[in-house]
Design a protein around this ligand. Structure first.
Ligand code: TRP
Length: 331
């Protein structure tokens, strides 16, 4: 039996290159060695999107199409929708009985996100409980490992503490999850911002066509000192070169461009054209897989329905054990 891996993503719609290097490549790489359960965290999306829920379901379909395009394989891994496995809510409720509120108030993302999303009222019980729902998501499947970004480490730490406390009261019924951190550093935005993010509009979507990618790359932020091609430029921290490092498999070409850039012997246009080409080569197989998938529009839904049925069977078995542990058995 392979150890279990569980991870989820909120359904934000089309994914971008940041998701690819930050999460999806890692998820893909785990598929053969682990029994992977990957899910659409639609209830987690609700914690901040409750005032307009209309984008959640379409966003889930688009996101899962991108997962498969990026190489996640429904034959190898189980894909499911969180809200189609309502046992997550039951486990969340039972966990909530033993978790002190200050544990949740102390999670750094709680205040950070409230500050970052000031236009939303995040003083809700649902939002406070976000990391506890996440604990239920992984404990439900006895997840040994949880691939996440650095921003989620505190949530996994909380999950481990919650599992220990629950087990203290009710016996060894839940498994402590360990994070698997993405080793890649974050991809900067097209505008040079330190993060590629949908809300900043500085992204390349995995579903962008070749011309769009080219246009976006040609407009990318680069070394602002270089108003002419013969001015020596800075490679370090330059997003165009960071993308070359991440996506251009031709190391010799990248080294040559860097050398010439540093000595003022190459124009930005050439550097960017080569980047656009490398990116499009990288994205082409994903475009092909997405086109195959979308040729049959109901296919993604069928995959999710089937995966959710399978996940639910595992969850029901687990909840039976958990109810026994809590001594809530009436038959
Ligand atoms: N909080 C995660 C994020 O924002 C999404 C998520 C929800 C998740 N439940 C999870 C990730 C369980 C890993 C495991 O990225």
């Amino acid at each position: 039996m392979k150890p279990r891996v569980v991870s989820g993503m909120r359904p934000t719609g089309q994914l971008h290159l940041g998701h690819l290097v930050g999460a999806l490549k890692k998820w893909v790489s785990l598929q053969d060695r682990y029994d992977c359960f990957y899910f659409v965290a639609d209830w987690h999306a609700l914690t901040s999107e409750y005032a307009d829920t209309s984008r959640i379901v379409p966003g889930a379909d688009e996101m899962v199409a991108d997962w498969i395009a990026a190489g996640l394989d429904p034959e190898k891994s189980t894909f499911f929708i969180q809200s189609l496995v309502p046992e997550h809510a039951e486990l969340f409720l039972l966990l909530s009985m033993v978790v002190p509120v200050p544990w949740l108030e102390r999670v750094p993302t709680y205040k950070e996100q409230q500050d970052a999303l000031r236009d939303k009222d995040l003083s809700t019980i649902g939002f406070l409980g976000y990391p506890l729902l996440q604990t239920a998501d992984v404990a439900m499947y006895d997840a040994r490992f949880v691939p996440v970004g650095n921003d989620q480490v505190a949530h996994l730490e909380l999950a481990r503490e919650v599992v220990r406390r629950f087990n203290n009261f009710f016996g060894d019924v839940l498994v402590e999850p360990e994070p698997i951190l993405s080793d890649v550093s974050r991809l900067p935005g097209l505008d040079g911002d330190k993060k590629m993010s949908k809300s900043l509009g500085n992204t390349i979507h995995l579903s962008d066509d070749a011309d769009t990618v080219k246009k976006k790359v040609m407009q990318m932020y680069t070394d602002p000192k270089r108003v002419r091609a013969d001015i020596p430029g800075t490679v370090e921290g330059n997003p165009v070169f960071m993308y070359h490092d991440a996506f251009n498999p031709d190391g010799a070409e990248v080294e040559d461009l860097k050398t010439r850039y540093r000595t003022g012997k190459v124009g930005d246009v050439e550097v960017k054209q080569k980047l656009a080409k490398a990116l499009n080569t990288h994205l082409d197989p994903m475009r092909a897989r997405r086109a195959d998938l979308l040729a049959k529009p109901s296919h993604v839904r069928e995959i999710l329905r089937e995966g959710s049925r399978k996940a639910r069977a595992v969850a029901q078995e687990k909840m039976s054990l958990v109810r026994d542990a809590v001594k809530l058995r009436y038959v």
